[in-house]
Design a protein around this ligand. Structure first.
Ligand SMILES: Nc1ncnc2c1ncn2[C@@H]1O[C@H](COP(=O)(O)OP(=O)(O)OP(=O)(O)O)[C@@H](O)[C@H]1O
Length: 610
């Protein structure tokens, strides 16, 4: 491509679209529709539009004005689709759609531009979830709201089509009463930068505004301006599920939004959106809302297809032939059946592991800086070319932590929403009836506002990973074990397991013992890792006293073959730093197994004493 402008900041539309039949040049303070709408700020941009926060001087309210490229203006069906949908929808579900309030055409240097005036909403969930965490009870409330909105569409025989966290917007709190000064105080002043043309392209300046305006930076605004109330945006891909198609789908099968693509659409089995494809997209939204991470990742369609198989297992037999025909010789997207035995990152494992901490989360800011400097090399890391702060402040989001009860329900729901075959997926009504959307679970995170920013620079391990807590639980389990009661097992329906003590089949007691052991082991590992990085010397002393007591109580269990005591182990741990701790986790598993085994009074296997 022949470039005209120097590339703009990330928060800015593609400047190359300022050309004949492209974007309409707009600046803050401009007015549209004979001065009715005054441009106040920039809300965002899409592939074929810029979207502006404007003041409607007739209705005396703030609105969003979407100004389409001249090319898109000729073919846009946005207004027709919304009118059609609103006629079909019940009042309850139509309330969730960002309504079109007005439309008009603006003439400019690049052509005639359709301007659509929408009810104003705030940032999309996708933008917010990059660096803000929604409190779990509100995640479930918002998930329920989204599901209710989708159910409203489905009951009117409409499939959303392009459901994603980018198309669910949150609303601003009490926005209508904001005066201009309040708008800027809450959302920040618009920032403009001059447009710079590449040498020899000066004549193209006439098609562009003299300055570019950056969109509102939702990563820096105070979160109390955002309300826990949703609106659906971009229903352009919506389809009528019973008869004729609506909107863009009418002309050609629409593109798949890969991270939210249903299996049948991703593998080309069905070209059209459906109620079932909405349900699978909704599962991806739920996962993202609860964990701040995308469920399906990749950078090409075939990687997405593989990622989906890793989650859901081998493809249905009946799909294989059609996929082979479609992909010809390049069936690289199909994972061979024999490889599934090595795959560990299944949907169940993904959900079970959402609370896993990476070494990055256990590092302080100083440790992260040291790590980045050693990783990038001192010369580059400390030079002006490198944004060290940005490097240190990025990384995987802090993990969500789900109680055992919530994990079980969350997996149950998502596994039913994410079946390969659309007819095997649960309906939106069944989604709405699922316990995950209704129950109250134990919240493992400290109390917080409904929406809070990640604190990237803090040591993010929390109190429940404290070694003392881990040992308390182990202690309690020991007591239960000694009393012959193993009912501490967590949440699984043990009554459904057949009782059988023979033929190598697990009995209920075996399963309970195993669960107890697993839980104790998990807590203990977490606690040991936590102890290395987070406890103060005084806390470590207290923990040691606590452990001495515990060990003393079970002296008779101590094997003479044991050449490392728990106290030695703590001693050795104390001497090592955080980086070593993350590397060491693998190598010291045998030691840790030994202690957990001893503490639980379980038989010691040979491989644990080596
Ligand atoms: N009603 C609204 N209130 C607030 N912000 C909005 C509103 N509508 C759109 N936006 C913002 O503008 C951005 C672009 O809007 P939209 O996705 O509708 O544009 P588009 O050109 O249709 O995009 P694409 O072609 O990529 O789908 C959105 O990501 C959102 O941040």
């Amino acid at each position: 491509m022949d470039f005209t402008f120097m590339p703009a900041n990330e928060g800015c539309e593609d400047l190359e679209k300022y050309r004949p039949r492209g974007l309409h040049p707009i600046r803050i303070g401009d007015t549209l529709k004979t001065s009715r709408y005054t441009i106040v700020h920039k809300l965002g941009f899409g592939n074929s539009s810029t979207v502006w926060l404007a003041r409607d001087d007739i209705e005396n309210r703030l609105v969003a004005v979407k100004v389409l490229t001249a090319n898109a203006s000729r073919i846009s069906q946005e207004i027709a689709v919304q009118r059609f949908l609103l006629r079909l929808m019940s009042p309850g579900s139509s309330n969730l759609v960002t309504k079109i309030l007005d439309h008009f055409v603006a003439k400019g240097v690049n052509g005639r531009h359709l301007c659509i005036v929408f009810e104003l909403a705030g940032p999309s969930l996708q933008v917010l979830l990059k660096d803000a965490k929604i409190r779990p009870d509100h995640v479930r409330k918002l998930s329920r709201d989204i599901a209710q909105g989708v159910a409203g569409l489905h009951s009117s025989a409409i499939a959303f089509g392009d459901l994603s966290t980018a198309n669910v917007l949150l609303r601003f709190a009490e926005m209508s009463s904001w005066e201009l000064g309040v708008v800027y105080a809450k959302l920040g002043q618009p920032t403009s930068e001059p447009l710079v043309t590449i040498e020899g392209k000066e004549a193209c300046k006439q098609y562009a505004p003299s300055t570019t305006c950056l969109a509102i930076d939702y990563q820096t605004i105070a979160l109390d301006v955002i309300a826990p109330s949703i609106r659906f945006a971009d229903l352009n891909e919506a389809v009528h599920t019973d008869q004729e198609l609506v909107g863009a789908e009418h002309a050609k099968p629409s593109a798949v939004n890969l991270p939210y693509g249903s299996p049948e659409r991703l593998f080309g089995i069905s070209p059209r959106h459906s109620k079932a494809s909405d349900v699978s997209a909704l599962a991806c939204c739920f996962f993202e809302l609860r964990t701040n991470t995308q469920l399906v990742n990749g950078d090409s369609p075939s990687i997405f297809k593989q990622a989906l198989q890793i989650l859901l297992g081998p493809l249905p037999e009946q799909w294989l032939e059609s996929i082979k025909v479609m992909e010809g010789d390049e069936t690289e997207s199909i994972i061979p059946p024999e490889e599934f035995q090595y795959i560990e990152d299944t949907l169940e494992a993904r959900i079970r592991n959402v609370g896993d901490w990476s070494p990055w989360h256990t590092m302080s800011m100083e440790e992260r800086c040291k790590f980045v400097i050693s990783d990038l090399g001192e010369e580059y890391a400390l030079s002006s070319d490198c944004d060290l702060e940005a490097q240190v402040n990025t990384g995987p989001p802090p993990p969500a932590r789900l109680s055992e009860e919530e994990l079980v329900d969350f997996y149950d729901l998502l596994s039913k929403m994410l079946r390969y075959l659309p007819e095997e997926r649960i309906t939106i009504q069944e989604v709405l009836d699922h316990p995950w959307l209704h129950k109250t679970y134990t919240d493992l995170d400290p109390p917080a506002d409904w929406l809070s920013r990640f604190d990237w620079g803090r040591e993010t391990r929390e109190v429940d990973y404290d070694l003392g807590t881990g040992l308390d639980i182990l202690d309690q389990m020991l007591a239960e074990q000694q009393a012959g009661t193993q009912d501490a097992a967590d949440g699984h329906d043990l009554d459904q397991i057949e009782d059988s003590d023979s033929d190598g089949i697990e009995s209920k007691d075996d399963v309970k013992q195993e669960q107890s052991y697993d839980k104790g082991e998990e807590i203990y590992y977490d606690a040991l890792e936590y102890q290395d990085t987070n406890n103060t010397p005084e806390e470590v002393d207290q923990l040691e006293t606590r452990k001495r007591k515990l060990l003393g109580e079970h002296q008779e269990d101590q094997s003479s073959a044991r050449d490392t005591t728990e106290l030695d182990y703590v001693e050795s741990k104390k001497q090592k730093n955080c980086h070593e701790s993350s590397e060491r986790l693998g190598s010291s598993v045998a030691d840790e197994n030994f202690f957990v085994t001893k503490l639980l009074g379980l038989p010691i296997n040979d491989d644990q004493t080596q």
